[in-house]
Write a protein that binds this ligand. Structure first.
Ligand SMILES: Nc1nc2c(ncn2[C@@H]2O[C@H](COP(=O)(O)OP(=O)(O)O)[C@@H](O)[C@H]2O)c(=O)[nH]1
Ligand SMILES: [Mg+2]
Length: 326
């Protein structure tokens, strides 16, 4: 059993244990996780949740390392969750290493957690949401969720964070590096990283392009106009300005109430998503269903609409058996 008091008092071993539990898909672990999360409920919600997305190699980890200094110097505790949805396919972890966050990983006030690959985006999202809650209960004030941008991932991260940072690289083209409008619309702050050395000129051009593109977009938060910043995470340029902008966002959205509105909307969505996950869990664990599935697949494989008929049979069996289980 996990010691909740130890978690609150900053015991990192207990924190790691609880995060491992959250990541587990075993039925027993899941039950325990749910009980613990229910107990932690009144200790959560007090952090600033920041999502940072961008293509692999854009410099997200380097940036978090640089920003981490600002956060720690301001007396806050910071945690990083590195989420890599692409590893669902590759099985590997692009972001799994702490090497880019070496200094940060040695800080007592910082905690870095690469999250393992999951079977589905829904599963990854659930685990990340719950890890955020655990980290909040453990007293972390600023939580970064680092994600490789693969379309859906940006949307997923924006559903669980207060502030979304989109990281771009200096590019020459006017196509904005193939960044889709929808992705840009999710950003509260856009940064053009690697604005150093030979890339400085291109970074300035990109800044103009992005600024122009943003003008025609609907801001994610009412009253907050997304801004564009040039940075060099490697050389430490623009980091102070970025942190200032993050704090300004926090202050403004709290004042206008959009911060709370966003959290309320997210809670609404989380409940629905969790309910769906619960159904899926039960579906996947139903042994009777698995047997029926095998049976249907062998018998009906010849007929043309068989997969639909078979799926329907599975669904009605599922609802039948969940009714009798209750
Ligand atoms: N020139 C330059 N290189 C950078 C900058 N930020 C990161 N890098 C380098 O880009 C590579 C990828 O950085 P990383 O932080 O791992 O990117 P991530 O995949 O987005 O997390 C590393 O070799 C970094 O040293 C920067 O501002 N300027
Ligand atoms: Mg990284």
């Amino acid at each position: 059993m996990v010691n909740i008091d130890a978690l609150r008092s900053g015991d990192r071993k207990v924190l790691a244990k609880l995060l491992t539990l959250v990541e587990s898909t075993r039925s027993k672990d899941r039950q325990q996780t749910e009980r613990i999360l229910e107990n932690l409920d009144d200790q959560t919600g007090n952090s600033l949740r920041i999502g940072i997305t961008g293509i692999p190699g854009a410099g997200k980890s380097t940036m978090i390392e640089a920003l981490g200094r600002q956060v720690i110097d301001a007396g806050s505790k910071l945690a990083v969750l590195a989420v890599d949805p692409s590893s669902m396919i590759s099985g590997g972890a692009i972001l799994g290493d702490k090497t880019r966050m070496q200094t940060l990983s040695m800080e007592p006030s910082a905690y870095i957690r690469p999250t393992p690959a999951g079977k589905s985006l829904g599963g990854v999202a659930r685990r990340t949401r719950e890890s955020i809650l655990v980290l909040e209960a453990a007293g972390y004030d600023v939580i970064f969720v680092e994600t490789v941008g693969v379309g859906q991932a940006e949307a997923m991260v924006s559903q669980m964070t207060d502030l979304s940072i989109l990281m771009l690289l200096p590019g020459g083209g006017d196509d904005l590096q193939g960044i889709k409008r929808g992705v840009m619309e999710l950003a509260d702050i856009v940064i053009i990283n690697k604005a150093d050395g030979d890339l400085q000129k291109r970074a300035a051009l990109s800044e103009i392009d992005v600024r122009h593109a943003l003008e025609f977009m609907q801001p994610r938060h009412r009253g907050w106009k997304p801004c564009v910043l040039k940075t060099s995470a490697l050389q430490g340029k623009g980091i102070k300005e970025l942190w200032k902008e993050i704090l300004e966002f926090h202050k403004q959205t709290r004042q206008t109430g959009t911060f709370r509105e966003n959290r309320e909307k997210q809670l609404h969505d989380w409940i629905r998503m969790e309910a769906r996950e619960m159904i899926l869990d039960q579906f996947d664990r139903d042994e009777g269903l698995s047997m029926l599935h095998v049976d249907l697949a062998s018998k009906d494989s010849e007929s043309s609409n068989s997969h639909i008929t078979a799926a329907r049979k599975l669904v009605s069996h599922f609802f039948e058996s969940s009714r009798t289980c209750r």
